[in-house]
Design a protein around this ligand. Structure first.
Ligand SMILES: Nc1ncnc2c1ncn2[C@@H]1O[C@H](COP(=O)(O)OP(=O)(O)OP(=O)(O)O)[C@@H](O)[C@H]1O
Ligand SMILES: [Mg+2]
Length: 221
C-alpha cells in the first residue's frame, strides 16, 4: 500500500501527518517506511535521526533517490518487505507531485484554513485531474489540519465541500492546532507518542479513518 501525503503548498502538515501515519501503522505491527521526497531539505530524514535513542519503535525513512528514480525506490522498498510506504511530499515541485499521485493507492492532502491554501489546492486539483486521465481510480482525501471552531475554519470546511464533485472529500476527523506536534518533532517523535491526550486522540481518529477507507478500497478492488 502506497500512501502519498501531498499538496503543492508548503507548511500545511505533510511531514507531520506522514510521520504520524507511519507511526500508527508501525504500532499496528505493519512494516512501514517513509520516503522523504524533499531531497534538499530532508526534514523527515532529520526527524528520523532525532528519534534515535528516544523510542524502540523503529520507523525507516529513506530519501528519494531522484525524481525519475522514485518508482524504482518504491519497488525496492516493497521487495524489501515494506507493506505500507508513505510518501512525504514536497511543496512546489510539480513533477514529483504528479509522479506521487500516479504511483500511490491513496492520497492524503493536508490543508489548513487559509485562503492561500485554498488557492494552492485549486492548483493541486489541476495536477490531480491530469493524473486521473492516465489512472482514473485515485482515491484522495483532504485532511483538515490546524482547524478549530472559529469562523475561518467553518468557512473553509464549506468551501472544501464544493470539491466533492471532483471526488475529493474531507476526512471527518479534524486536527486542531496543538503544540504537541512541534514539541514531539523535536525528539523525532509524533503526537501519537506524546503526552497530550487530545492531540493523540485526534491523530488516532484520523489514522483509524484512513485505515477504514483503505480497507474499503481494497474490498472494492
Ligand atoms: N496541527 C498542528 N498544530 C500545530 N503545529 C503544527 C500542526 N501541524 C503541523 N504543525 C507544525 O507546522 C510546521 C510545518 O509542518 P510540516 O513540516 O508538517 O509541514 P509540511 O507541509 O511538511 O512543510 P513543507 O512544505 O516545508 O515540507 C511544523 O513545525 C509542524 O510541527
Ligand atoms: Mg515537509
Amino acid at each position: 500500500m502506497i500512501i502519498a501525503v501531498t499538496n503543492l503548498k508548503g507548511g500545511v502538515g505533510k511531514s507531520t501527518l506522514a510521520r504520524n501515519i507511519a507511526v500508527y501503522f508501525a504500532q499496528q505491527g505493519e512494516k512501514a517506511c517513509i520516503i522523504d521526497t524533499d531531497i534538499e531539505q530532508r526534514t523527515t530524514c532529520d526527524w528520523r535521526a532525532r528519534r534515535e535513542g528516544e523510542t524502540d519503535l523503529q520507523i525507516d525513512v529513506f530519501p528519494m533517490s531522484s525524481v525519475d528514480g522514485l518508482v524504482n525506490d518504491v519497488k525496492t522498498h516493497q521487495s524489501n518487505g515494506y507493506r505500507v510506504i508513505i510518501l512525504d511530499g514536497v511543496p512546489q515541485l510539480e513533477k514529483v507531485t504528479t509522479k506521487m499521485i500516479l504511483l500511490s493507492n491513496f492520497l492524503i492532502i493536508p490543508i489548513t484554513p487559509s485562503i492561500d491554501d485554498l488557492k494552492s489546492f485549486e492548483r493541486f486539483l489541476k495536477r490531480y485531474e491530469d493524473a486521473k486521465m492516465v489512472k482514473p481510480e485515485i482515491p484522495a482525501f483532504l485532511a483538515l489540519n490546524r482547524f478549530s471552531h472559529n469562523a475561518e475554519s467553518c468557512e473553509m470546511k464549506e468551501a472544501l465541500s464544493l470539491f466533492e464533485r471532483y471526488g475529493i472529500t474531507s476526512l471527518h476527523s479534524v486536527i486542531n492546532e496543538r503544540v504537541a506536534h512541534k514539541r514531539s518533532s523535536k525528539y523525532g517523535l509524533t503526537a501519537l507518542e506524546w503526552e497530550d491526550p487530545k492531540a493523540k486522540a485526534e491523530i488516532e481518529e484520523l489514522c483509524q479513518e484512513i485505515e477504514t477507507r483503505l480497507i474499503e478500497k481494497m474490498e472494492a478492488a
